[in-house]
Design a protein around this ligand. Structure first.
Ligand code: ATP
Ligand code: MG
Length: 880
């Protein structure tokens, strides 16, 4: 009885907490979710599994702070190796963004505890009926020389009958981090939630891993015990790792006795909200249900991505988010008839549902909402444009007597207008057209393979020269004696280079928007270039195009000091600009991103309108006053995060920080920051803002330069001004001189216009004087050299004069070796049915030209002066 009640009343919120509490009771340190958006890893845009944030530890690059940790991690599976996007909405248990509950052991417990904990939690704590549970174990792989995972199987046998323990193949039950690196067998727990009658008919074991919507995997427990080398061989891992991941939404559905993730309290309130806004009801029509599920799912991804600092954009991670947002808009557009922006109205509901577990959502609400709204509106405009284009394609096909639209065109629609195949097909079908899917797929495949080629990286094995950890000394030193710990060769885009890990290094590895250092590895007089320094799974790697002859020698690692100083100036200046912006614009200003290079700095921040020139000037003044006060750098490298916050440090949502943080303080500017800074602000010299633009709704961008680059900017302005002065005969007041010049110019222009008008009037009289009879028409023929501007200019005057007389001008002239023909017809001739436009069109071919105009006046230019006579004759012929 108690068991039943527990199942009924456990909310998703309680279930999440119960997992964390349970793992805490087993000695795990519970940590908050890392951001879903990954900023400093070139190989991964989004966290797609609970283990991603722990990669550094698993690879041995980061120290193990807690051997046991547990968390609920925001994950996103919409790109790369894990891409569930197409399933989402159509099935009821794959999401784009989902929460993964996980526990880890880094060199601590292994298979036995991992399986026992899992069992205890779901059976003893959550009371899931063991009769409905199945566990899989790795069946082995003879070609790899790996036996079945009997160890795991025998642990499961304590809990489950033999026919609930199933063998799984390499695809399902052997987990690998990548082509190389840690890997090992895994065990998955599957739940059969079909009704008893169905279970009696077909045993659950026959449906495990068969994509049955009611027999699904809920938990994967990975036993990392090998390291895969570049040649494909496996070696035992020194520190074994347990990595587990349980889909939270699937767990909730199981506990709440539902058959769809969307029937739980995780999604029901949102579906009701969508129903209210879109005027539809969930559970009546499968097509509408799919659309509602897509929207309920996608709004989570969109809002969490923006919260983590990833705005929709046109490249990389930003483009992935933009596409998801568009997918949601499109389902609303097609199936729920939503023609106006509506997704942004769902944000308050999302905060009501998830705000308690993820407070960053609420904190960023003012940012999320306008970004979504403006993206939606922009896409709806694009949809309209796409539909117009599609209409045009269909009209063209109709003219050509075809009913098939080229697959390449449909692909272009998708590629440039985000107009997806299924929507295009729907519209085509409604209008009686089809498209060529083969062509479409070819175009798609071509694009994909180009993308794959561009990203392909060949990693060699690490050559380990020395054991030990790498130490960064670059906050204090720019040159240090050191050794190479390990190196490997990497090929990408036909280029090959080396990644080198040093024992001690003064090189800052690109992170937090600050570029990596460059410099040299020196031995005696020999200097080998270090062209960049990046972070690979949190390991600082120096990029070199050439290796020393003897890599095991002792070297001096030397940072390009001048470049570093320029970078430090720009980095400290971003803090100062941040500070000044908050003072001038208000405390709503928060950092949204930054890029610090040796040349300039870029700072993105939340603000809802354009920063006016006056405000910008003020910001620059405040920033430079700050510079001149020459505040000394107060740096503390290991401050507990709570203490740092108490100091007033701006904690940034979406940044992943360890428990100890580095605090950078200049005056009352206090920030958590790992970057390189000047020793005092006076060294920056000057800060000059060069640009202010919009990045997205509610996000502005400032670009600025400092130090020598600020001087350059000043010199440039000064030189421009000096050059201007010279042009104006060293006028003491150039602005005044320019004004005078502009005024003079305007009055000259007027004079010319007047002069021309007079000239045209004279020309009119001259023309009229030359009129001859041509039947009952008064005709003026103009031949020879004549300025076409004059002819064109005179026509309106003639039109006004000969309103009730048959008067015509026919011209076939040349000017600057170019032929022109023209025809003027007075109104009575037009009324008679004569048409200057048609006459010109017909005659223009004589001069190899084209043109046209109105019935009363038309003209055409051409290329062949020799055709002028023929043209004149044809025009006269047609005037008869
Ligand atoms: P499936 O085969 O169902 O796609 P998976 O093998 O991709 O699952 P894992 O990579 O082992 O799953 O992830 C661990 C757990 O995360 C799964 O057991 C499942 O509960 C959950 N999970 C995986 N993908 C999703 C998703 N797209 N939406 C919700 N939960 C998911
Ligand atoms: Mg999957």
């Amino acid at each position: 009885m108690k068991v039943e009640r527990m199942k009924e009343y456990m909310t998703s919120q309680e279930i999440r907490q119960s997992f964390l509490d349970f793992m805490a009771s087993k000695g795990h340190q519970v940590v908050p979710s890392a951001p879903m958006v990954i900023k400093d890893d070139p190989t991964l845009m989004f966290t797609n599994a609970g283990m991603n944030p722990w990669k550094g530890i698993i690879l041995g690059n980061d120290p193990i702070k807690y051997p046991r940790v547990a968390d609920s991690q925001k994950c996103l599976r919409v790109s790369g190796k894990h891409n569930d996007l197409e399933e989402v909405g159509h099935d009821t248990y794959h999401h784009t963004m989902f929460e993964m509950l996980g526990n880890w052991s880094f060199g601590d417990y292994f298979k036995k505890e991992a399986i026992d904990f899992a069992w205890e939690y779901i059976v003893d704590v959550l009371k899931i009926d063991p009769a409905n549970l199945y566990a899989t174990v790795f069946e082995g792989s003879p070609e790899e020389g790996l036996a079945r995972d009997d160890e795991a199987a025998s642990i499961w046998a304590k809990h489950l009958p033999a026919d609930h323990i199933l063998n799984g193949n390499k695809h399902d039950n052997f987990w690998e981090m990548g082509d190389t690196g840690p890997c090992g067998p895994c065990s998955e727990i599957h739940v059969d939630s079909r009704p008893a009658e169905e279970r009696a008919k077909v045993p659950g074991r026959e449906l495990v891993n068969k994509d049955h919507p009611q027999v699904i995997e809920i938990w994967n427990i990975v036993f990392m015990q090998y390291n895969r080398k570049a040649d494909g061989s496996l070696e035992p891992l020194a520190k074994k790792v347990i990595d587990t991941g349980m889909g939270f939404e699937r767990l909730v559905r199981t506990i709440q006795g539902k058959t769809s993730n969307y029937d739980t309290d995780v999604f029901q309130p949102m579906l009701r909200k969508i129903g209210a806004i879109c005027g539809c009801e969930y559970g009546k029509d499968e097509k509408i249900d799919i659309a509602m599920r897509v929207i309920a799912d996608h709004i989570r991804t969109i809002a969490f991505a923006i919260t983590d600092g990833q705005l929709p954009s046109n490249e990389k991670a930003g483009y992935v988010i933009r596409r998801i947002l568009r997918r949601a808009v499109r389902y609303g557009y097609t199936f729920l008839n939503m023609r106006n922006a509506f997704l942004y109205q769902l944000v308050p509901q999302l905060i009501a549902d998830l705000g308690a577990a993820y407070p960053e959502l609420k904190a960023q609400e003012a940012q999320i909402t306008p970004v979504i709204k403006s993206e939606e509106e922009a896409f709806l405009r694009t949809l309209d444009k796409g539909i117009t284009l599609l209409d045009k394609l269909m009209a063209e096909a109709k003219q050509a007597g075809k009913t098939e639209i080229s697959g390449v065109d449909v692909f272009t629609l998708k590629d440039t207008y985000g107009f997806p195949l299924d929507l295009t097909e729907l519209i085509l079908r409604e209008n009686g057209y089809t498209t060529n899917e083969d062509e479409y797929n070819k175009a798609l495949e071509h694009q994909k393979s180009m993308g794959r080629e561009a990203n392909k990286q060949d990693l060699g094995d690490w050559n380990v020269l020395r054991e030990g950890d790498t130490e960064f000394v670059g906050y204090d030193e720019l040159s240090v004696e050191t050794h190479i710990l390990r190196y490997r060769q990497v090929s990408q885009k036909g280029k090959s280079f080396y990644q080198v890990v040093l024992e001690k290094t003064p090189f800052y590895a690109e992170m937090g928007g600050e570029v990596g250092d460059t410099g040299y590895l020196r031995i005696g007089d020999l200097k080998l270039k270090i062209v960049d320094c990046k972070r690979e799974n949190n390991l600082p790697v120096h990029i070199m195009t050439e290796l020393p002859k003897d890599p095991s020698a002792t070297f001096i690692a030397e940072v390009d000091a001048e470049r570093r100083q320029a970078i430090a100036c720009n980095h400290s200046a971003t803090h100062i600009i941040h500070h000044a912006l908050r003072e001038v614009l208000g405390k709503h200003v928060e950092q949204k991103g930054s890029l610090v290079t040796a040349e300039s700095l870029r700072f993105d921040f939340s603000h809802f309108q354009k920063v006016t020139p006056e405000e910008l000037r003020k910001v620059e003044e405040v920033a430079n006053a700050f510079v001149r006060r020459d505040f000394h750098l107060e740096e503390s490298r290991h401050t507990p995060i709570a203490e740092a916050k108490a100091m007033g440090a701006m904690a940034l949502f979406g940044e992943k920080y360890g428990d100890d943080v580095r605090v950078i303080k200049f005056g009352d500017s206090v920030e958590l920051c790992g970057g390189c800074h000047v020793s005092s602000t006076g060294r920056i010299g000057a800060i000059r803002i060069i640009m202010e633009t919009s990045v997205a709704a509610g996000v502005r961008r400032i670009e600025a330069v400092t130090a020598a680059k600020a001087d350059e900017l000043y010199y440039l302005a000064q030189d421009t001004l000096n050059n201007l002065k010279v042009l104006f005969n060293n006028a003491p007041d150039v602005v005044n001189a320019v004004h005078k010049f502009i005024d003079e110019n305007a009055s000259l222009k007027k004079q010319i216009e007047q002069f021309t008008a007079e000239k045209i009037e004279q020309y009119r009289d001259h023309i009229i004087g030359r009129a001859e009879s041509f039947g009952d028409i008064k005709l003026v023929r103009i031949e020879g050299e004549e300025d076409p501007e004059m002819i064109r200019g005179v026509m309106p005057l003639l039109r006004g004069k000969f309103t009730d007389m048959k008067f015509a001008v026919v011209a076939a002239t040349h000017w600057n070796e170019k032929p022109t023909i023209a025809v003027f017809l007075s109104q009575p001739l037009v009324d008679e049915g004569k048409n200057a436009g048609a006459m010109i069109k017909a005659a223009a071919k004589n001069i190899q030209g084209g043109g046209g105009g109105q019935p009363w006046f038309a003209t055409a230019g051409g290329r062949d002066v020799n055709g002028l006579n023929a043209a004149m004759n044809e025009l006269l012929e047609n005037l008869k």
